[in-house]
Design a protein around this ligand. Structure first.
Ligand code: ATP
Length: 217
């Protein structure tokens, strides 16, 4: 008997994206199922961030649609938002707030008012820096504040843009393990990175975007 694959959590259906009169991708279709880890690859300017933003419902494609559990995301907006954790390539951390205040703030926004903030900060190696304004921290520590949300969320779909930027080797390994654990629990991860992922390795699916020049229009 053949094993049945789970239904897709997210499906890109014939997505076309045009920016500044340049086609970034044309009729792009793919599915992401529970347990999948998908890396979007491609050179600078190929359209990776544009694709992630469309998948997260933050911008619209020129044509095509994104479906969540079989339905267009516009039709199931609330359920989709509950199932989604989107992290853009800018960390979204307020420099004047401390590490703890930043995390407190983002946990409140996502409804995790009683999250164990100190434990989470410890997990991302920020113990001892709780009271430091984020603006006084290093680039990697800054990003770790944003990434801390990943350690406490029940979102199934993680869409993360360049999460590994400025993160040291140990931090990358910890994040990769987190992605694997999330996928093993039935979640999915869609990410961009210019780094080679070591731990995730053979679990990784890849989607390569090409850079199209204007004259290819
Ligand atoms: N809101 C926008 N309005 C107009 N053009 C945009 C917009 N967002 C992105 N672009 C253009 O779309 C192209 C693709 O940008 P995008 O950020 O998606 O690329 P990327 O593959 O993520 O690049 P990188 O690896 O440098 O992060 C770029 O040429 C960019 O100038």
């Amino acid at each position: 008997m053949t094993e049945q694959r789970p239904q897709p959590l997210l499906a890109a259906e014939a997505l076309t994206c045009i920016r500044e009169e340049r086609i970034l991708f044309d009729e792009l279709s793919f599915e992401v199922r529970p347990g999948d880890i998908l890396q979007i690859e491609g050179p600078n300017g190929a359209g990776k961030t544009s694709l992630l933003r469309i998948l997260a419902g933050l911008s619209r494609p020129y044509s095509g649609r994104v479906c969540f559990a079989g339905k267009p995301i516009e039709a199931v907006r609330d359920e989709f938002h509950q199932a989604l954790l989107y992290m853009g390539h800018l960390p979204g951390v307020k420099s004047e707030l401390t590490a703890e205040e930043n995390l407190n703030f983002s946990m409140r926004v996502t409804g995790f008012n009683d999250a164990p903030i100190h434990d989470i900060l410890k997990k991302v190696n920020l113990a001892g820096f709780e009271d430091h304004p984020a603006g006084h921290l290093s680039a990697g520590q800054h990003r770790r504040i944003a990434l801390a949300r990943l350690w406490h969320t029940d979102a199934k779909i993680w869409i993360v843009d360049e999460p590994l930027t400025a993160i040291d080797k140990r931090g990358v390994a910890e994040l990769e393990q987190l992605f694997l654990d999330h996928a093993d629990r039935g979640g999915c991860v869609i990410l961009t990175t210019h780094q080679d992922l070591q731990l995730v390795g053979d679990r990784l699916q890849k989607l390569k975007l090409q850079y199209h020049f204007h004259e290819e229009l």
